[in-house]
Design a protein around this ligand. Structure first.
Ligand code: HEM
Length: 403
C-alpha cells in the first residue's frame, strides 16, 4: 500500500489526517519503512524534521545537541499555536533544567510513590463507591479518570481539590494546540501564575506538610528556586499531574472494553495489571500529533539525515511505540507482553518525572475497576464516542459505561 502523503524527498503537510481517537494515520508505518526522517510543514512556524522510528527517537531525545531550550521563545516550527517559553521547565537552559529536575524528581521517587499508594487506593475506592451509588450508565471520565489524578496531585501539592474548576479552565487553554490563539494562551498563562501566587503567599505565611511548602522552603533557605521557578514548577505539576493521566486512564479503559475479552482477562488475572498498564501506555497515543519541538544547536546526523544547526526536530512517540523493529505484533494489544521498551514517558533529560505516580494511579484504577465491577461495559458503541479536538493531548470528552 502506498501512503497518500509519501512522496519521497518532498515536504509533507503535518499532521497527517485528522485522527483524534486512538488510531494512527497509516503514513507513520509507511514512513518508518521508507523515509523515517522526513521533512514536514508544521501547523505553526514552518518546516521541521519528523522522526518516526523508535531507535532514532531514543537517540534524538537523549542528544543534548537537540535542545528544547533552543526552541523556546521563538517562532519555531511546532504543533501548538503558542511556542514553549523559557519560563517553563521544558524550555529552560540545560543547567537550570537539571537543577529543577532534581527537586521535582525527589517528590516522585518510586519509594515516595509507593508510600502514597494506600492513599491513592483510598481515593480510587471512594470514587468507585460514588460511581456505584449513582448507578449506571455513568461517565467514567467525570467519575474516575479526571477526579482521581486531580485529587492526588492537589493533595500532594496542597492545592484544594475544590479549585479544580478554576484550574481546569487554565489547563484547557494551556494544553490547546489550536483551540485558542497564541494571545489567549498567553493571557491564560498569566492568570494561572496569579492564581498560583495566592497559594504560594499563603504557604509562605503558614507552611504545611505538602509539596508546595517543601518547594518554598527549598527556595527560601537554599536560594534554589526563584519566585518564577516556584510558580512554574507548581503550575507544571498541577497540570502535567492530572491532564495526561486522566486522558490515558479513560483511553485505557476504552481499549479494554472495546474488546471485552481483554477486560475479562484482567478480572480473572489481576496480577497482569502492571504489565497491562505498560501495554496500554504503549498503544494509547499521548499527543494528538507531536509534543514540544527541539532545535539542533549544531549539525546532527539522525537516521542517515543531517539535521543542520538551527533546524527543528519533532517526533512521534506513538509511531515509535508501534515500531515493528522493536515490538513483535506491534499493532496487537498483548496485555501480558513480556518485553515492552515503550517510550510513552519520553527519554533522556526530559523523561517524565511523574511516571511513577502515573503508573501507580493507572494500576490502582484498573485493579479497582476489574476487582469491583466485572460487568463493566461501554454504554454506547465505541464509534459514537466524542474526542477532544484541537488539543495537544488526545482524550475522550466522556466515556459512558454501565455494569
Ligand atoms: C500517563 C501519564 C503521563 C504521560 C503519558 C506523560 C508523558 C510525558 C512525556 C512523553 C514527557 C516528555 C516530553 C518530551 O520529552 O517531549 C513528559 C514530561 C513531563 N511530565 Fe509527564 N506524563 C504523564 C504524567 C505526568 C504526571 C503525573 C506528572 C506530574 C506529577 C507529569 C509531569 C511532567 C513534567 C513536569 C514533564 C516535563 C519534564 C522536563 O521537561 O524535564 N507527567 N511527560
Amino acid at each position: 500500500m502506498t501512503c497518500p502523503h509519501a512522496v519521497a524527498g518532498s515536504v509533507r503537510t503535518y499532521p497527517f489526517g485528522d485522527r483524534v481517537d486512538l488510531g494512527l494515520d497509516p503514513a507513520y508505518a509507511e514512513l518508518r519503512a521508507t523515509e523515517p526522517v522526513v521533512r514536514v510543514a508544521m501547523p505553526y512556524g514552518g518546516e521541521a524534521w519528523l522522526l518516526t522510528r523508535h531507535a532514532d527517537i531514543k537517540k534524538a531525545t537523549t542528544d543534548p545537541r537537540l535542545s528544547m531550550h533552543a526552541a523556546a521563545d521563538r517562532d519555531v516550527p511546532r504543533a501548538a499555536a503558542r511556542a514553549l517559553d523559557s519560563v517553563g521547565l521544558m524550555g529552560m537552559p540545560a543547567a537550570d533544567h537539571a537543577r529543577l529536575r532534581r527537586l521535582v524528581s525527589r517528590a516522585f521517587t518510586a519509594r515516595r510513590v509507593a508510600a502514597l499508594r494506600p492513599r491513592i487506593a483510598e481515593i480510587t475506592h471512594s470514587l468507585v463507591d460514588d460511581l456505584v451509588a449513582g448507578g449506571g450508565p455513568a461517565d467514567l471520565v467525570e467519575k474516575l479518570a479526571l477526579p482521581l489524578p486531580t485529587a492526588v496531585i492537589c493533595e500532594m501539592l496542597g492545592i484544594p481539590h475544590a479549585d479544580r474548576h478554576i484550574f481546569r479552565t487554565f489547563t484547557e487553554a494551556l494544553m490547546s494546540a489550536s483551540r485558542y490563539t497564541e494571545e489567549q494562551v498567553g493571557k491564560a498563562a498569566e492568570e494561572y501564575a496569579d492564581y498560583l501566587r495566592g497559594y504560594v503567599a499563603q504557604r509562605r505565611a503558614r507552611p504545611e506538610d505538602d509539596l508546595l511548602s517543601a518547594l518554598i522552603e527549598a527556595h527560601d533557605e537554599g536560594e534554589q528556586l526563584s519566585e518564577n521557578e516556584l510558580l512554574m514548577l507548581t503550575g507544571g505539576m498541577l497540570i502535567g499531574g492530572h491532564e495526561t493521566t486522566a486522558g490515558q486512564l479513560a483511553s485505557h479503559v476504552l481499549v479494554l472494553l472495546e474488546d471485552r475479552t481483554r477486560y475479562e482477562r484482567l478480572c480473572a488475572h489481576p496480577e497482569l495489571v502492571p504489565r497491562a498498564v505498560e501495554e496500554l501506555l504503549r498503544v494509547v497515543p499521548l499527543w494528538s500529533s507531536v509534543g514540544p519541538s527541539r532545535v539542533a544547536t549544531e549539525d546532527v546526523k539522525i537516521g542517515g539525515v543531517t539535521v543542520r544547526a538551527g533546524e527543528a526536530v519533532v517526533y512521534s512517540l506513538a509511531s515509535a511505540n508501534r515500531d515493528e523493529d522493536v515490538f513483535t505484533d506491534a499493532t496487537d494489544v498483548l496485555l501480558d507482553r513480556e518485553t515492552n521498551p515503550h517510550i510513552a514517558f519520553g527519554q533522556g533529560p526530559h523523561y517524565c518525572p511523574g511516571a511513577p505516580l502515573a503508573r501507580a494511579e493507572l494500576q490502582t484504577a484498573l485493579e479497582a475497576l476489574t476487582g469491583r465491577l466485572p460487568g463493566l461495559r461501554l454504554a454506547v458503541p465505541a464509534d459514537e464516542l466524542t474526542w477532544h479536538r484541537e488539543m495537544l493531548v488526545r482524550s475522550l470528552v466522556t466515556l459512558p459505561v454501565t455494569w
